[in-house]
Design a protein around this ligand. Structure first.
Ligand code: ATP
Ligand code: MG
Length: 574
């Protein structure tokens, strides 16, 4: 491809609306353009990357026995009404009507569609198991479309669905998909972690997320430095660290005035005690009823875990007025002693001794509080968020915390959709049985942005070779110099015949401008043809991820390029 003909409108300025790096770089490097909030066009370089990601995904899905289909984006409301999600999906669903005023949705996902499709034509156990997938645009009217392709309203997804006779079959395909996803992310050459996740709104039981590591990611994950344990913070189990206060004698309970001391920090400095000796009390409303959660002053309540413990549908923090009415004091002075609400204690409170907390009377606190003696909780549970340095729940190791971007997720759905949609097959005994299903998604466009979040420097993108839009850019320093152009074009053609994807920068621009663009768009190898080296029949070759150039003999160029590119072309897969 000649650079002079490439549609790649680079920008000098960082666009004001772009908050995160991948968004800024993809706009600046001429990869994407916005049509509306969360809705983008993919320009040629971006679409080359997208197609490469898609093809890796496709090859691995096929290898795992998947069959590619393409289902409609426009889906009739009836199937969503039948599963109950026409209502549940709420405002995130794009809805439309046809000329007869019939309701439709733009598919945010395809469980309803595929279950209906398979049910109509798969009648017996002999047709099972079945694994179908597609790659297409999805539509979700996200509350906050942001971060460019990371959270779009129209985005490209690979979604796969498995149909089995029983849980054993599901288990098999689930772990096959786990392995397939690992191969995919290895082939993409992205650094990632597989984490246990919360099954959230889709329901079902087992689920893992494939998280691409990046400091800017929305997901927080913990992993053990000693074993394989890794989990989303929403899900990560906490093991009680037993070392604190365990052997202390119980001291007499006492009330002390604490005027104006509202926060945990206030209390710590006012009483001059370590934060581990404080307990905070949070009041929530669960399905209409007020409940309290208590945990160590420096811990964060994990609302998702708390919700699971309560087993409720709706959970929100109580307002100050509600709290005052129920507890007799405001936010800064609450505590479990004498509280007339159900108290859920984090498991760490069990071993805490002689701690301080609010006295349910404004401007007063208790000191030397002990669970069992001074109050009995309704229940004890693991309800705090894991933090850096926590004990690993599985071994003696410690947990580290990193951020990442959820790029893929695998889910055991079980019979959630086949039951509500009455999708059945006949088993060996001729009995009707519902399908046991799994679903498996990868955000293709999000993965492209995640790659940029992970692989870049101050000059631009550094594409991993397997998904780079081109492998090599050939840059003659001066296009008016015939020698340079002849040598450059020769290399360009030679590389093309070798199957290397190459750009030839034939633009009448200063060398500095061309170098900047090559770095910005992130081409892995740059070959510079300048007057000095050419006198010695050499060119300069530079890897995007290294600082230094190397000089290469003119007739050794394609061998050297292949030496660099080919070993990286298939990622870290053996
Ligand atoms: P999130 O929690 O980030 O909203 P999700 O759990 O809703 O994601 P799934 O329904 O599992 O996502 O969709 C499968 C994949 O599709 C995700 O792993 C992600 O890579 C991608 N994806 C989901 N929502 C978006 C979006 N708004 N923009 C881009 N990609 C998305
Ligand atoms: Mg979502």
């Amino acid at each position: 491809m000649l650079f002079s003909q490439l549609f790649c409108p680079t920008l000098r300025e960082v666009p004001a609306e772009a908050e995160v790096l991948s968004h800024q770089l993809l706009l600046r490097a001429g990869f994407i353009r916005k049509a509306s909030a969360g809705i983008y066009s993919y320009l040629p370089l971006a679409y080359r990357v997208i197609k490469k990601i898609e093809n890796i995904v496709r090859e691995e899905m096929d290898r795992a026995g998947g069959q590619e289909v393409l289902m409609p984006i426009v889906q009739p409301a009836e199937i969503w009404q039948k599963s109950g999600r026409w209502v549940v999906y709420g405002d995130e669903m794009f809805r439309l009507q046809d000329r007869h005023h019939r309701d439709f949705a733009l598919g945010p996902t395809h469980e309803e569609m595929i279950t209906t499709l398979v049910d109509a034509d798969v009648h017996t156990y002999r047709d099972l198991p079945l694994l179908l997938y597609q790659i297409q645009n999805k539509y979700r009217d996200e509350i906050r479309p942001r971060f460019g392709l990371l959270r779009g309203r129209e985005f490209i997804m690979k979604d796969a669905y498995s149909f089995d006779m029983d849980n054993e079959g599901l288990d098999k395909v689930y772990w096959r998909m786990y392995e397939t996803y690992s191969r995919i992310f290895n082939r993409l050459s992205l650094e990632y972690r597989v984490v246990e996740a919360d099954s959230g709104a889709i329901g079902g039981n087992e689920t893992h997320e494939f998280t691409v590591l990046a400091d800017t990611g929305e997901s927080e994950i913990v992993y053990c430095d000693a074993c394989d344990y890794a989990a989303n913070v929403e899900k990560a189990q906490c093991k009680v660290s037993a070392e604190i206060n365990y052997n202390e004698e119980m001291l007499p309970l006492d009330t002390i005035p604490t005027p104006g001391q509202k926060t945990i920090n206030d209390l710590v400095s006012f009483l001059n005690i370590p934060v581990e000796k404080t307990v905070k009390t949070l009041v929530y409303v669960q399905d209409g009823e007020l409940v309290a959660a208590i945990l160590r002053g420096d811990r964060e309540l994990n609302e998702i875990k708390f919700k699971h413990v309560l087993g409720c549908n709706e959970l929100r923090m109580a307002g100050e007025e509600e709290v005052r009415q129920a507890c007799g004091a405001g936010f800064g002075s609450l505590g479990p002693v004498g509280l007339k609400l159900k108290v859920y204690a984090d498991q760490e409170i069990v071993t805490a001794k002689n701690f301080s907390c609010g006295a349910n009377k404004d401007d007063y606190h208790y000191i030397n509080v002990n669970m069992g003696r001074d109050f009995e909780p309704h229940a004890v549970a693991d309800i705090r968020s894991a933090v850096e340095g926590d004990n690993c729940p599985l071994c003696e190791g410690r947990l580290s915390l990193v951020r990442g971007i959820e790029a893929g997720q695998i889910f055991k759905l079980g019979t959630k959709y086949s039951a509500s949609l009455e999708a059945t097959y006949k088993d060996q005994d001729g009995k009707d049985k519902v399908f046991v299903m799994g679903c498996y998604g990868i955000g293709i466009s999000r993965t492209m942005a995640a790659a940029v979040e992970q692989k870049h420097d101050e000059n631009g993108i550094i594409w991993p070779v397997p998904i780079a839009p081109y492998h090599v850019v050939v840059v003659p320093v001066n296009i008016k110099n015939e020698e340079q152009m002849t040598a450059g074009l020769k290399i360009y053609r030679e590389l093309q015949t070798e199957g290397i994807e190459v750009l030839f920068d034939d633009r009448d621009e200063r060398a500095g401008v061309k170098f900047k663009d090559a770095d910005l768009i992130g081409i892995p190898v740059r070959i510079t043809i300048g007057p000095k080296s050419l006198q010695e029949n050499k060119v300069e070759m530079k890897k995007r991820w290294e600082k230094d150039n190397e000089l290469v003999e003119l007739d050794g160029v394609s061998a050297r390029v292949k030496e660099i590119i080919l070993p990286l072309l298939h990622g870290t897969i053996e």
